[in-house]
Design a protein around this ligand. Structure first.
Ligand code: TYD
Length: 205
Protein backbone atom coordinates (compact mmCIF):
# COMPACT_ATOMS: atom_id res chain seq x y z
CA UNK A 1 0.00 0.00 0.00
CA UNK A 2 1.33 3.46 -0.86
CA UNK A 3 0.46 6.01 1.77
CA UNK A 4 -0.97 9.20 0.25
CA UNK A 5 -0.01 12.63 1.48
CA UNK A 6 2.62 11.45 3.90
CA UNK A 7 4.56 13.93 6.03
CA UNK A 8 8.17 13.09 6.92
CA UNK A 9 10.56 15.07 9.11
CA UNK A 10 14.31 14.63 9.05
CA UNK A 11 16.07 15.59 12.28
CA UNK A 12 19.57 15.58 13.69
CA UNK A 13 22.36 17.67 15.11
CA UNK A 14 23.98 20.23 12.86
CA UNK A 15 26.25 18.44 10.38
CA UNK A 16 24.27 15.19 10.45
CA UNK A 17 23.60 15.38 6.72
CA UNK A 18 19.87 16.08 6.84
CA UNK A 19 19.75 18.35 3.81
CA UNK A 20 21.54 15.76 1.63
CA UNK A 21 19.34 12.91 2.84
CA UNK A 22 16.15 14.92 2.29
CA UNK A 23 17.15 15.46 -1.35
CA UNK A 24 18.07 11.79 -1.88
CA UNK A 25 14.88 10.55 -0.29
CA UNK A 26 12.81 12.92 -2.40
CA UNK A 27 14.53 11.58 -5.55
CA UNK A 28 13.80 8.00 -4.53
CA UNK A 29 10.14 8.76 -3.89
CA UNK A 30 9.81 10.70 -7.14
CA UNK A 31 11.11 7.76 -9.12
CA UNK A 32 8.14 5.86 -7.71
CA UNK A 33 5.85 8.51 -9.19
CA UNK A 34 5.14 10.25 -5.88
CA UNK A 35 4.85 14.05 -5.82
CA UNK A 36 7.22 15.38 -3.15
CA UNK A 37 7.53 18.81 -1.58
CA UNK A 38 10.96 19.42 -0.06
CA UNK A 39 10.86 22.00 2.67
CA UNK A 40 12.49 22.80 6.00
CA UNK A 41 12.59 24.86 9.16
CA UNK A 42 13.44 27.53 10.00
CA UNK A 43 11.68 28.38 6.73
CA UNK A 44 13.68 30.25 4.10
CA UNK A 45 10.98 32.19 2.30
CA UNK A 46 8.40 32.87 5.00
CA UNK A 47 8.87 36.06 7.08
CA UNK A 48 9.29 34.52 10.55
CA UNK A 49 11.83 32.00 9.25
CA UNK A 50 13.87 34.80 7.69
CA UNK A 51 13.87 36.66 11.00
CA UNK A 52 14.98 33.51 12.85
CA UNK A 53 17.88 33.03 10.44
CA UNK A 54 19.00 36.63 11.00
CA UNK A 55 18.87 36.03 14.76
CA UNK A 56 20.88 32.79 14.49
CA UNK A 57 23.56 34.62 12.51
CA UNK A 58 23.68 37.30 15.22
CA UNK A 59 22.35 40.00 12.90
CA UNK A 60 19.23 40.57 14.97
CA UNK A 61 19.78 40.66 18.76
CA UNK A 62 16.88 38.43 19.81
CA UNK A 63 17.32 36.56 23.09
CA UNK A 64 17.00 32.79 23.57
CA UNK A 65 13.73 33.60 25.35
CA UNK A 66 12.19 34.90 22.11
CA UNK A 67 13.28 32.04 19.86
CA UNK A 68 10.84 29.34 21.11
CA UNK A 69 7.92 31.59 20.14
CA UNK A 70 9.40 32.44 16.77
CA UNK A 71 10.10 28.80 15.89
CA UNK A 72 6.56 27.85 16.91
CA UNK A 73 5.07 30.75 14.92
CA UNK A 74 7.20 29.86 11.88
CA UNK A 75 5.97 26.26 12.19
CA UNK A 76 2.31 27.33 12.31
CA UNK A 77 2.83 29.52 9.24
CA UNK A 78 4.75 26.72 7.48
CA UNK A 79 1.96 24.24 8.18
CA UNK A 80 -0.76 26.64 7.02
CA UNK A 81 0.91 27.92 3.89
CA UNK A 82 2.97 24.99 2.66
CA UNK A 83 2.75 21.66 4.47
CA UNK A 84 -0.98 21.18 4.90
CA UNK A 85 -1.94 22.36 1.37
CA UNK A 86 0.63 19.95 -0.14
CA UNK A 87 -0.65 17.03 1.95
CA UNK A 88 -4.22 17.93 1.02
CA UNK A 89 -3.43 17.55 -2.69
CA UNK A 90 -1.87 14.15 -2.02
CA UNK A 91 1.82 15.12 -2.17
CA UNK A 92 4.40 13.83 0.26
CA UNK A 93 6.19 16.47 2.30
CA UNK A 94 9.74 16.09 3.59
CA UNK A 95 10.78 18.74 6.07
CA UNK A 96 14.44 19.28 6.91
CA UNK A 97 13.78 19.78 10.66
CA UNK A 98 10.41 20.19 12.35
CA UNK A 99 8.93 19.98 15.83
CA UNK A 100 11.58 17.74 17.41
CA UNK A 101 14.18 20.43 16.64
CA UNK A 102 12.34 22.88 18.87
CA UNK A 103 11.90 20.24 21.58
CA UNK A 104 15.64 19.61 21.44
CA UNK A 105 17.16 23.05 20.89
CA UNK A 106 14.70 25.38 22.62
CA UNK A 107 14.36 23.13 25.69
CA UNK A 108 17.83 24.26 26.73
CA UNK A 109 16.69 27.79 27.45
CA UNK A 110 12.94 27.39 27.89
CA UNK A 111 12.54 23.90 29.43
CA UNK A 112 11.04 20.84 27.77
CA UNK A 113 7.46 21.18 29.06
CA UNK A 114 7.25 24.78 27.96
CA UNK A 115 8.34 23.92 24.43
CA UNK A 116 5.81 21.07 24.39
CA UNK A 117 3.14 23.58 25.42
CA UNK A 118 4.02 25.78 22.43
CA UNK A 119 4.22 22.94 19.90
CA UNK A 120 2.21 20.03 21.24
CA UNK A 121 -0.88 20.68 19.17
CA UNK A 122 0.87 20.78 15.81
CA UNK A 123 0.38 17.89 13.44
CA UNK A 124 2.90 15.10 13.89
CA UNK A 125 4.82 13.73 10.92
CA UNK A 126 3.89 10.17 9.94
CA UNK A 127 7.59 9.41 10.37
CA UNK A 128 10.40 11.33 12.03
CA UNK A 129 13.83 10.19 10.81
CA UNK A 130 16.55 11.02 13.32
CA UNK A 131 20.06 11.11 11.82
CA UNK A 132 22.02 10.09 14.88
CA UNK A 133 25.51 11.55 15.27
CA UNK A 134 27.62 12.08 18.36
CA UNK A 135 28.11 15.75 19.27
CA UNK A 136 31.86 15.89 18.67
CA UNK A 137 31.48 14.43 15.16
CA UNK A 138 28.71 16.94 14.57
CA UNK A 139 30.93 19.82 15.61
CA UNK A 140 33.84 18.51 13.52
CA UNK A 141 31.64 18.39 10.43
CA UNK A 142 30.32 21.89 11.03
CA UNK A 143 33.86 23.23 11.60
CA UNK A 144 35.13 21.60 8.39
CA UNK A 145 32.51 23.49 6.37
CA UNK A 146 34.32 26.67 7.36
CA UNK A 147 31.06 28.58 7.76
CA UNK A 148 30.34 31.17 10.40
CA UNK A 149 29.16 29.34 13.52
CA UNK A 150 25.57 29.80 14.54
CA UNK A 151 24.30 30.11 18.07
CA UNK A 152 24.02 26.39 18.91
CA UNK A 153 27.25 25.19 17.33
CA UNK A 154 29.57 24.74 20.35
CA UNK A 155 30.33 21.32 21.85
CA UNK A 156 28.76 21.73 25.27
CA UNK A 157 25.57 23.06 23.73
CA UNK A 158 25.43 20.26 21.18
CA UNK A 159 25.86 17.68 23.95
CA UNK A 160 22.87 19.12 25.75
CA UNK A 161 20.86 19.33 22.52
CA UNK A 162 21.71 15.69 21.82
CA UNK A 163 20.31 14.62 25.20
CA UNK A 164 17.20 16.74 24.67
CA UNK A 165 16.73 15.25 21.19
CA UNK A 166 16.37 11.78 22.67
CA UNK A 167 13.89 13.05 25.24
CA UNK A 168 12.03 14.74 22.38
CA UNK A 169 11.91 11.58 20.26
CA UNK A 170 10.64 9.53 23.19
CA UNK A 171 7.88 12.11 23.67
CA UNK A 172 7.01 12.05 19.94
CA UNK A 173 6.67 8.25 20.13
CA UNK A 174 4.51 8.52 23.25
CA UNK A 175 2.17 10.70 21.18
CA UNK A 176 1.76 7.77 18.80
CA UNK A 177 3.96 9.09 15.98
CA UNK A 178 6.64 6.88 14.39
CA UNK A 179 10.35 7.56 14.85
CA UNK A 180 13.31 5.86 13.15
CA UNK A 181 16.82 6.43 14.45
CA UNK A 182 19.44 6.15 11.70
CA UNK A 183 23.20 6.02 12.28
CA UNK A 184 24.48 9.10 10.40
CA UNK A 185 28.18 8.36 10.92
CA UNK A 186 28.86 6.25 7.76
CA UNK A 187 29.05 7.59 4.21
CA UNK A 188 26.16 9.23 2.41
CA UNK A 189 25.19 6.07 0.46
CA UNK A 190 24.97 3.89 3.55
CA UNK A 191 22.86 6.44 5.40
CA UNK A 192 20.65 6.82 2.32
CA UNK A 193 20.04 3.05 2.26
CA UNK A 194 19.14 3.02 5.95
CA UNK A 195 16.75 5.94 5.48
CA UNK A 196 15.08 4.18 2.56
CA UNK A 197 14.78 0.94 4.54
CA UNK A 198 13.03 2.81 7.35
CA UNK A 199 10.62 4.53 4.94
CA UNK A 200 9.81 1.22 3.24
CA UNK A 201 9.31 -0.53 6.57
CA UNK A 202 7.15 2.18 8.13
CA UNK A 203 5.25 3.59 5.16
CA UNK A 204 5.42 1.57 1.98
CA UNK A 205 5.02 -2.04 3.06
P1 TYD B 1 19.70 24.32 10.02
O1 TYD B 1 18.88 23.19 9.57
O2 TYD B 1 21.04 23.98 10.55
O3 TYD B 1 19.84 25.40 8.91
P2 TYD B 1 20.89 25.42 7.72
O4 TYD B 1 20.14 24.75 6.62
O5 TYD B 1 21.10 26.89 7.53
O6 TYD B 1 22.12 24.68 8.13
O7 TYD B 1 18.90 25.10 11.14
C1 TYD B 1 19.45 26.23 11.72
C2 TYD B 1 19.50 26.08 13.21
O8 TYD B 1 18.20 26.22 13.75
C3 TYD B 1 20.04 24.75 13.71
O9 TYD B 1 21.14 25.00 14.59
C4 TYD B 1 18.91 24.19 14.53
C5 TYD B 1 18.08 25.39 14.86
N1 TYD B 1 16.64 25.10 15.12
C6 TYD B 1 16.14 25.30 16.39
O10 TYD B 1 16.86 25.69 17.31
N2 TYD B 1 14.81 25.07 16.62
C7 TYD B 1 13.96 24.67 15.65
O11 TYD B 1 12.74 24.47 15.91
C8 TYD B 1 14.51 24.47 14.33
C9 TYD B 1 13.60 24.04 13.22
C10 TYD B 1 15.85 24.70 14.11
Amino acid sequence: MTALGCFLAVEGLDGSGGTTQVALLADALRTRGIEVLITGEPTRTLPIGRLIRQALRGEEPLSDGVLPYLFAADRRDHLDREILPALARGAWVISDRYMASSLAYQSLAAGFDYVVALNGRFRHPCLTLMLELDPSTSLGRVASRGEQRERFEVLETLQRVHGAYHQALAWVQEQGAAVAIIDASPGVGQVQAAVWAAVERELLS
